[in-house]
Design a protein around this ligand. Structure first.
Ligand code: HSE
Length: 308
């Protein structure tokens, strides 16, 4: 059995417009790397962090907390050392904390000979995610672990569904270089919603899931609407309405906040439209004084993986 492993832990888009805390999908070309090795010494140690300043104390680090949750359950003879090469900026809205939380437990599971299934890995990772966002949701964790689109049917007990990815579906992501803390973006949300709004929202979730199963792009377009969360959170994201208008004019199927923001995502049919959407969004932000990054991505149906 190996005693060291290097993994790629992908960025993800949570909520997917209508599915607050339940829907998510996995991105292809953005993610963190981590190296995890078995040690004779017991416990979880974070020995190296690159990219962003994060705590080395395992109990204060998202990857450390999820690793500790698995470690305490597995009770292995030795311990683990973790190196984190962080490429996803914390507070960017594309699952930075989820990538860390998932990375450590996925790698440890491989090194232990895979005693846990993907749902169990998600359970341990939720403990890490809770440190960052003060809430045990799994809508970024599940797509990072399973790949493609996922729906978290329930967190207690944890029940995750994989949803098929239509072949011609691509995403465009704009990341304005400001930070929004998930915990703060959750605090501004109302505790109650109107029944008429809930009806619209759950109709959209149902139809989006059906559209993904049947590769019905027109129905994807009609379903990518968020009338509950977006009206509150878009105020935290400069030029959100302009980006959305430009993306839709350029042919996007839908455009909404990625997770708790500030990133904004679109889903598009085909590479040609995707290039146009990227250009349209870039044009909007290039007129502002806010730094930003825009990238196109396939939907990553594999999820987290081992690399050499
Ligand atoms: N569903 C979560 C939220 C995703 O929107 O708050 C971010 O962690």
């Amino acid at each position: 059995m190996k005693n060291e492993i290097r993994i790629f832990s992908p960025a993800t888009v949570a909520n997917v417009a209508c599915g607050f805390d339940v829907l998510g999908f996995c991105l292809d070309n953005k993610g963190d790397e981590m190296v995890v090795r078995i040690t004779k010494e017991k416990g979880i140690k974070i020995t190296h962090i690159e990219g962003f300043e994060l705590p080395y104390e395992a109990k204060e680090n998202v990857a450390g907390v999820s690793a500790l949750a698995m470690y305490e359950h597995a009770k292995p003879d030795g311990g683990f050392e973790i190196e984190i090469y962080k490429h996803i900026k914390p507070g960017s809205g594309i699952g930075s904390s989820a990538a860390s939380a998932v990375g450590s437990v996925f790698a440890m599971n491989e090194l232990l000979g895979r005693p846990y299934n993907k749902t169990q890995l998600t359970y341990f990772a939720m403990k890490g995610e809770a440190l960052a966002s003060k809430s045990e949701h799994a809508d970024n964790l599940a797509p990072a672990i399973f790949g493609g689109f996922t729906l978290v049917k329930s967190t207690l007990p944890l029940d995750i569904l994989q949803i098929p990815t239509p072949l011609d579906l691509y995403a465009t992501i704009i990341h304005p270089q400001i930070e929004i803390k998930t915990s703060e973006a959750r605090e501004i949300l109302p505790k109650k919603v109107l029944l008429k709004d809930a009806i619209t929202q759950w109709a959209n979730v149902g139809s989006l899931v059906h559209a993904l199963h049947t590769s019905d792009y027109k129905l994807i377009h009609r379903s990518l609407q968020d009338i509950i969360v977006e009206p509150y959170r878009k105020q935290l994201i400069p030029h959100f309405d302009d980006v959305k208008f430009a993306a839709m004019e350029a042919g996007a199927l839908g455009c909404a906040i990625s997770g708790s923001g500030p990133s904004i995502f679109t889903l598009n049919k085909g590479m040609e439209v995707t290039k146009n959407v990227k250009e349209a969004i870039e044009f909007i932000y290039s007129k502002t004084n806010i730094d930003f990054e825009v990238h196109n991505s396939k939907i990553n149906t594999q999820g987290i993986k081992i690399i050499n």
